[in-house]
Design a protein around this ligand. Structure first.
Ligand SMILES: [Mg+2]
Length: 200
């Protein structure tokens, strides 16, 4: 089946992200050990609820601030939370090339603060035709509901959509829903694969 749309994951595919920068800066500011912060963010449900749009940005900060007894402002926290992304110029170039022939979409597990921040500073997002964002869908990968939503919205057959993501379970779930899915390793490997498939 011919590919008719390209669906990208965002984090570590179109932009790199470094959550350890957030942990280090927050730790230094609020004088809480990095290990404690990592443990908190790995086990707290606030992060999941925020990613699934079940709580607002203000509520997210309030919960974290209360749980960790933070002594920093919401503005400071926002700065630590958001300033973790790094552009990937080789992916910007690939998106620009693909966009000449295909609609290019994003399917991302993300939250309002991260996405708004990325949208304001990373021009690659201006090239994207359609966004499927967990906090707006109220649901995240690898839940099959997410992929079914994308397929329904697209009006395409599942195997007309090429999807790439750096996380194996997201790829496996996408394949179960019928998408043509490929684990992302690097821009070079993705370029090669798209060439071999006759997409580029
Ligand atoms: Mg990712």
């Amino acid at each position: 089946m011919k590919i008719r749309a390209i669906l990208f994951d965002l984090g570590n595919v179109l932009v790199d992200y470094r959550p350890e920068i957030f942990i280090t800066r927050l730790s230094e500011r609020v004088k809480i050990g990095k290990e404690k912060l990592v443990r908190y963010f790995l086990t707290s449900t606030a992060d999941i609820e925020y990613t699934e749009g079940k709580i607002s940005s203000d509520e997210f900060f309030k919960i974290i601030s209360r749980d960790l007894s933070l002594n920093c402002s919401q503005e400071e926290f926002w700065d630590f939370w958001c300033n973790i992304f790094i552009a990937k110029h080789e992916m910007d170039a690939l998106v620009a090339r693909l966009k000449k022939s295909y609609p290019v979409w994003i399917l991302s597990n993300t939250n309002e603060w991260h996405f708004e921040f990325l949208k304001s500073r990373f021009p690659v997002l201006d090239m994207i035709d359609q966004l499927f964002l967990s906090y707006q869908l109220k649901c995240q990968k690898p839940d099959e509901k997410v992929y079914e939503h994308v397929i329904r919205k697209s009006g395409l057959k599942p195997d007309e959509i090429f999807f790439t993501d750096d996380i194996t379970v997201n790829i496996e779930a996408a394949r179960k829903s019928g998408l043509r899915a490929s684990l992302f390793k690097s821009a070079a490997e993705l370029n090669l694969e798209l060439n071999q498939m006759g997409v580029l």
